[in-house]
Design a protein around this ligand. Structure first.
Ligand SMILES: NC(=O)c1ccc[n+]([C@@H]2O[C@H](COP(=O)([O-])OP(=O)(O)OC[C@H]3O[C@@H](n4cnc5c(N)ncnc54)[C@H](OP(=O)(O)O)[C@@H]3O)[C@@H](O)[C@H]2O)c1
Length: 175
């Protein structure tokens, strides 16, 4: 009885993190694909999200090669307006609120794309951003975030050997 009563008041909400690789104009995608493919950033993404829940839009899910779906060692939740949408190995829900409620982990990563980042911004505690110093053509953008979040950690600048772009890993916390 005591444990039940205590849990009622100590149940903590999961931390919600949005993780993205964004360039200077906040561009994140072009024609259904990523605009920057940085090996070290992919590793950063896997290291950060493994063991947690990942929430993504239906289009982002479909942009992941089938052999990598669902993302391993993570609870995968897909948001679609179609309640009958089938995503093998993942849970399909029709709203972000439902996605958050269905998470069975203590940490949730919202992993895009653009529509879902925009939906997720008001819920996010933390932004885990790879800021890529580039201006490539983009048709999907990360929402404006600077007014409600402050930079708390920034890595040293790194250079991707394959594409020669420079980037930093940055953590932003809600103010
Ligand atoms: N740089 C990065 O870090 C990064 C990360 C992820 C993705 N991306 C890029 O982002 C692009 C994809 O982003 P996107 O904005 O086109 O699509 P998205 O956000 O991945 O998915 C959009 C879909 O989500 C569903 N949806 C959106 N709002 C909803 C709502 N209010 N209620 C229920 N369902 C809703 C709809 O699915 P239905 O149509 O099925 O209803 C909609 O078509 C790609 O280019 C991808 O490569 C970049």
């Amino acid at each position: 009885m005591y444990t039940w009563f205590k849990n009622l008041f100590t149940t903590t909400q999961p931390e919600i993190v949005m993780i993205a690789a964004i360039q200077n104009d906040r561009g994140i995608g072009y024609q259904g694909d990523l605009i920057h493919q940085i090996k070290n950033d992919m590793k950063h993404f896997v290291d950060a999200t493994s063991g947690h829940t990942v929430i993504m839009g239906r289009k982002n899910w479909e942009s992941i090669p089938e052999k990598y779906r669902p993302l391993s060692h993570r609870q995968n939740i897909i948001i679609s307006r179609d309640p009958n949408y089938q995503a093998t190995g993942a849970l399909v829900v029709t709203s972000l609120k439902e996605a958050i409620a269905q998470s069975d982990r203590k940490k949730i990563y919202i992993i895009g794309g653009g529509q879902i980042y925009t939906l997720g911004l008001p819920y996010a505690d933390t932004l885990d951003l790879t800021i890529v110093d580039a201006h490539k053509l983009a048709d999907v953008f990360f929402p404006e975030f600077e007014k409600s979040f402050q930079l708390t950690t920034c890595s040293e600048e790194m250079r991707d050997e394959r594409t020669n772009v420079t980037y930093t890993f940055q953590i932003w916390k809600r103010t």
